[in-house]
Design a protein around this ligand. Sequence first.
Ligand SMILES: Cc1cc2nc3c(=O)[nH]c(=O)nc-3n(C[C@H](O)[C@H](O)[C@H](O)COP(=O)(O)OP(=O)(O)OC[C@H]3O[C@@H](n4cnc5c(N)ncnc54)[C@H](O)[C@@H]3O)c2cc1C
Length: 281
Amino acid sequence: MNPNIALSYEFFPPRTEAGRLKLADTRRVLARQRPNFFSVTFGAGGSTRDNTLETVLDIQQSGEAPAAPHLTCVGASNDEILELLGKYREAGIRNLVVLRGDPPSGLVGMGECKHAADLVRLVREHHGDHFHIAVAAYPECHPDASSLLADVDYFVDKMKAGADLALTQYFFNADAYFHFLDRCRERGVDQPIHPGIMPIANFANLRRFSKQCGAEIPRWIRKTMNAWQDDLESQREFGIEVVSHLCEQLIDGGAPGLHFYTMNQSGLTLQVLRNLGLARD
Ligand SMILES: Cc1cc2nc3c(=O)[nH]c(=O)nc-3n(C[C@H](O)[C@H](O)[C@H](O)COP(=O)(O)OP(=O)(O)OC[C@H]3O[C@@H](n4cnc5c(N)ncnc54)[C@H](O)[C@@H]3O)c2cc1C
């Protein structure tokens, strides 16, 4: 197993004091894994945007890992985006995860940048090479896309607009990642594409979340998990086994990094890293 594989961890900004304490603990544990960055979602799942800035500044000041704020363009003017970018730059931030975002229900305007590629261009136009830019990729196809190949073509445009790295939506089928990678390489994308890894904590939550974001849960996983409706311990153990095996396949097949959707918990992620022999403690 490649011990130099790049590892990054995604958090959502906590909204309560208990949430803040829990995230502080998670960060402390995962900081020992020498992360490439800790990323913080922006406006996802209804989280407020001010909380993102606060969490990002807290991470950056802690020195635990470089902070990578997620930045979305949906419903925002370019002036608002540039003001926020100025604050990040002032705070010494060098990493961004640049996204379109999903319009909350009831939102009227889409924002000046219509797609993530426009936002990548805006950041590059105003800040040159200051920021290392990661963007999103969808090996199983973005839910709005008319076809996988159309989605790949738009993804390629986004990489060519100036992205340095891509982080994928989570998936449980390694072939989808390798197939996507081949299509991108054929079109001249040579930047790294790190699989997004979702450790399975609670299957009911995962099922709900996967429906929203278009991630497919294979039948054999559903059927196994469904048999343990109230047995969270069995779900957890099986989830760790499934996700560890997936990561092993991805790394063996050449994935250069893993991006963990931690849901602000360290336990499952750490167990997966240990199973892979990648835990750095
Ligand atoms: C790693 C990761 C982190 C995320 N973090 C957040 C977050 O913090 N906050 C949040 O709100 N959401 C987040 N999301 C979700 C993301 O915002 C949604 O999936 C959103 O619907 C698409 O964002 P995108 O950046 O991929 O958009 P885009 O790259 O703009 O693509 C969106 C859709 O538009 C299509 N498209 C692209 N360009 C064009 C074009 N020129 N013409 C026509 N169609 C086009 C694409 O095929 C795709 O179907 C995250 C997703 C990932 C994978």
